[in-house]
Design a protein around this ligand. Structure first.
Ligand code: FAD
Length: 307
């Protein structure tokens, strides 16, 4: 019940200022966002890959207000890619981007986001890795899918995310399950109205399984973005039934959530990718993590009142 309230707060500037300035916030944020700079996250990347895990890196930020910020976002990713080059990790370290950070919501935003994200996708391809376009709220998705299609003309391995809670997603999955596609399926993290999205957990879970079956039976590369133990074992079963080998799909989870499970799946021979966010503009990302699990919020509030 608290989830929708926190998600509404994730879009409030007043809350952003309050939460970001509170001195007790930092230790709680660190659990999910392990650094603010490339220098801080490079050792984390090396530590996780050393344990047999793979990563997708997110420079946090969204809902920017001017084109200069969109260019700064592009440059932050280009710097990261440049620093990854000598490590020669290939697809073991890929990138996830939010198009809102590349200017999608500004005037002429569709073209602006495409213009800013293209050099990142090209630079990633140059060092042998890929970019996945995150899915944001439902009003942004037609533009995201059009940008994805455009980018794939030159860099076919560019990935995208689909959200099981949206009614539209079953059709999107059928369209995207083609050869060479890389599609991450998640439940969905935004506050969406009943006109476009399932509201009940069991409905979302059932949709997740239907969509995952489509992806597993298709010709693309499914990426299972979930921490849900039930969905993870269903995914393994669906992969077996579809005759997929262990390297023909992968699991993805967020940094700081169910770390033991990351290692367990990797030890079983699965590809396990850890979505690792870093940077200074962590507010929206952090609030969505609180909304997903009330215990996180209790921990956060307790740390505020006991300090
Ligand atoms: P849940 O039923 O929410 O969680 C299952 C169990 O996992 C919980 O019982 C709990 O033990 C643990 N858990 C889950 N979340 C948390 C948390 N925050 N803190 C502590 N424990 C937790 N959403 C989008 O809308 N767009 C995206 O582009 C996107 N990308 C994602 C990328 C990855 C790799 C992942 C894993 C998620 C992404 N999400 C994205 C978020 C996703 O939509 C869900 O909000 C989130 O994954 C929680 O759903 P779940 O499948 O883990 O299941």
């Amino acid at each position: 019940m608290l989830g929708p309230v926190i998600l509404a707060a994730s879009r409030s500037d007043r809350m952003r200022r309050m939460v970001s300035a509170a001195p007790v916030t930092k230790p709680v944020v660190d659990r999910f966002i392990p650094g603010e700079t490339v220098d801080e996250v490079l050792p984390i990347i090396q530590g996780l890959t050393g344990q047999g895990l793979e990563l997708t890196m997110d420079v946090v930020g969204e809902d920017i207000t001017n084109p200069a910020q969109a260019e700064a976002a592009r440059d932050a990713y280009l710097e990261l890619i440049d620093r990854l080059r000598p490590l020669d990790l290939g697809t073991r370290a890929e990138m996830s981007v939010k198009l809102s950070m590349f200017g999608q919501a500004l005037d002429g935003g569709h073209e602006l986001a495409l213009k800013n994200v293209r050099p990142v996708v090209e630079a990633a391809a140059e060092i042998g890795t890929t970019v996945t376009l995150d899915a944001e709220d439902h009003t942004t998705l037609d533009s995201m899918f059009a940008i994805h299609e455009e980018l794939r003309k030159d860099v076919p391995q560019t990935g995208c995310v689909i959200q099981a809670y949206l009614f539209r997603t079953e059709a999107d999955a059928r369209r995207l399950a083609d050869s060479g596609s890389r599609v991450r399926l998640v439940k969905g993290a935004y506050k969406e109205p009943a006109e476009v999205a399932y509201q009940q957990r069991h409905e979302i879970d059932k949709a997740y399984v239907r969509i995952l079956r489509t992806l597993m039976e298709g010709e693309g590369y499914p990426m299972i973005g979930s921490h849900d133990p039930r969905l993870i074992s269903i995914a393994q079963e669906l992969a077996r039934t579809a005759g997929r080998k262990l390297d023909e799909y992968e699991f993805q989870m967020l940094y700081g959530i169910r770390g033991d499970e990351h290692l367990r799946l990797a030890a079983e021979g699965h590809r396990m990718r850890v979505y690792t966010a870093y940077g200074t503009d962590w507010y929206g990302y952090f609030m969505r993590r609180l909304a997903e699990k009330p215990a996180n919020l209790r921990f956060f509030v307790r740390s505020m009142v006991t300090k």
